[in-house]
Structures are given as structure tokens and as C-alpha cells.
Design a protein around this ligand. Sequence first.
Ligand SMILES: O=C(O)CCC(=O)C(=O)O
Ligand SMILES: [Fe+2]
Length: 455
Amino acid sequence: MDTFVSRKRRRLSPSPEPTAEDEDSTELKLALLASLHPQLDGDVLLEALIHFEGSVQQASVALGRDHAFSPTRKPAPSRIGHQSSLSAYGIAPGDTEVTKRPRTRKGRTLHLYDPQDIEAHTPCSIIHNFLPANEADALLLELLEQAPTYSKLEFQLFERVVKSPHTFCFYVNSLSDAEEQKAEYIYDGRKVEDVRQSTPEMLKASKKVEEAVNSEIQRRIRDFYPNGRKLKYQSPEPWRANTAFVNCYDGPHESVGYHTDQLTYLGPRAVIGSLSLGVAREFRIRKIVAEDEDHRKEDGSLADAQGQISIHLPHNSLLVMHADMQEEWKHSIAPAQAIDPHPLAGNKRLNITYRSYKDNLHPKYTPRCKCGIPTVLRCVMRRKETRGRYMWMCHTNYIPGQEGCSFFQWAEFDDDGDPPWAWAAKAEKKTAVEREDSLCREPRDESVGQPTKRG
Ligand SMILES: O=C(O)CCC(=O)C(=O)O
Ligand SMILES: [Fe+2]
């Protein structure tokens, strides 16, 4: 499953290589604070952490003192945040240069609703009223029936076992895919027991999601990427909705901490289609800055250069997280102070994240660690020197009670995001296509197809 909060890996020996620990310290502290104070908003936790210069303990004591510490406790928003003026964040109308300079000021949240603002200032695009209304309702009703059987993810954070503050379930398109997932795929160092076949309404929606995501990918490439070309490592193959994680947030306090989605089976520069149903909630994103002198505070700690952006996700909206998202931004569902109940879902929000698993990243091919377990794929986000490089790492220390090994290996990919073990077959295929092309181009025997002269 996704690494819903960042977790600290115990460093077994000093290493010049990046570790998840280097990458995650602020998120880790926030996750710890969130698990201790689940009712408080992420902004409040972040401000407390900044106020106490990164000390989780001092921040936690202050936050727990009858809420005496309330750094920027805002009046409870009516329901959902209002859109701040884009100019307040240095965003001029018509400024479509994506992700080049900070869009938000540190410590502030910019609320975006409009699809054009969202695609211009974030690595996402959104389609409102995505499904015909009756199909969206039928899908929601089907999932509401299943949601009580979903479970919380349990993971190890330092020495404690922590539960994710929402429930979820994993779906694939057929029963045989479900059996294969249970037998062979590894998430957070272990196999998953509960993998289900997608419901009829999910399968129906997934065809529409597939079509929309493929067309959004092409539009993004054409209108936003340099020279109208796909990104390095981005797959040129059509996106297939072959797996889905369904999340359920029951009430305003259920949430998901800042994280990136696991790339292990998606590969680099992954695209994800996320369909929201039921109660509208805020999807927050934050750009991760490099750990360099420009971003360092006087005490040596790392300061985030910008605040967060909040994208509002109403019932029946499809959010596409594009190829420029996972390696550079983190995302979360923030706890809400108040929500508008939905006529069918009450206080619940259901969310389906459709994903495209790559055949050549099946765990039978990927490197195994010293524990004998297929490894997890991560991307260096913070360390300036190695930023953007991929690595295979042991993840058995995510299992409560297990230590894991220190396995680390740089991960290589070609420009299309395919791993080395796929290269020979790709080259063969290319040669075969070229041979076929050249056969087609060879001068034709003039007599073929011509009326034959009779002697
Ligand atoms: O609920 C959402 O919109 C996001 C869920 C998410 O981030 C995930 O499943 O990885
Ligand atoms: Fe996610």
C-alpha cells in the first residue's frame, strides 16, 4: 500500500547513500504529531513544529495544554476554505509557467477550485461532474456497502505501531489478478491478504477514467511540458487502469498524512486518476524543496520554501495527478473542521485512485534485499546531489516488530521508464519492427499487381 506517512528507517551503518531518513524528517515529525493530536489541523501542527524549532516533544506538550498553544487557530471555516487571491501569492493572470517558482508563501495555504488555475499552478488537472450523475451515485452506493469492511493500515513508526487515520481496500480487475496480487506482490515489506475484484460499477467507471486520463496526459504534454514532449522516464505507452485503492474517510477528522504514492509497480513519472465521491474534502499538496544552502535556516534545519496548495475535491470529480507530481510534490487529505454532509454518503468520502501497474515491474523481476523480499522503489527528493535519482530499498522494517536489512541499490531506467531487464526484449521488438518497415519499403517487383503481358 502507499506509504501514507513517512517513516524513519533505522540507519544500520553510516552511508554516503541517501536514506528515507534524509528525505522525510519534517513529514515524519508531522506524522508523529498528527498521530498524537489527530483532531488538529496540519497547519496548526506545522506552525507548532516551526515555533518549537523542530522539537516534536515541546510542540506536543504545548498542543496538548488545553489547546493553550494555538498558533494560528483560525475561526472555524464555514465548510471549505475560500480562494485567496492568486496575486497575493505572486501569481499573475495568464502566468502558466508550471512549478518554476514558488506559488505559495511558506506557512500559507492557497485554495484552488477552478480547473484552469489548478492545471496552471499544480501538477494536477481536474474534471468536475466526471460521470453521469446516476452512475456516480450507483458507484458511491456500491462502495458505501463495502466500506464497513475496509481496514486501517498498521505500520511501525519509531518503536510504535501506528494506524492510518482512515480505512482503505485494494481492488484489481479480475479474480485471477487478485490471486496473483495476494501471492506475489509486496507492500510495506509484506503480502496483502485482502485484495478484491473491482465491483461492476468500478469496472464501468474505470473504462471512462482510462479514456479521460489518456487524453489528459496528451493535453498536459502538449500544453505544459517543455517542447511539447513527454518527460524523461515517463511511459509513452497508453495508461491502463488495472488496479485501484479505495479510501474511505468517515467524518471530518479522518485524513491521510503527507506522502508520495509508491512507485514500485508504477515506475517513474507515474500518473494516477483519483475519483472522489460523497463529502467534499481538501486535497493538499506541497512541493518538496532541495536540501541546499538556499533552503537552510540559521540553525541548519531545512525550511520549506513555500506553503501548501489546497485543491477542493467535490463529489464526482476526477483529479489526475500527472507525471510531474510524485517525484516533486507530496499530497495529503487534511482533517476538516467542518464538512457538508452528502445526501447519500452522510459524513463519508469515498475515493478511488486508479493506477497503471507495469508488467515489467512485476515483483518477480525487481531486485530482492538480503531478507529475500522484493524491494521498494523510491526517488530522492531532498538531497541536492542525487535529487531525482531512483533507488531500490529494503522495506521489511515497515512491518511492526521487524528490523529489515540495509539493502540499497540505485535503480536504472531508460527514457521511457523501463528497467534494464526489459531492454533486450525492447531492442528485439524494435529490430523486428524496423525489419518489417524496411521490407515494406523495398522496391516492389514491378510485375506484381501489374497486368501481365501475354506473349
Ligand atoms: O483520498 C484521496 O484523495 C487521496 C488518497 C491517496 O493519496 C492515496 O490513495 O494514495
Ligand atoms: Fe496518495
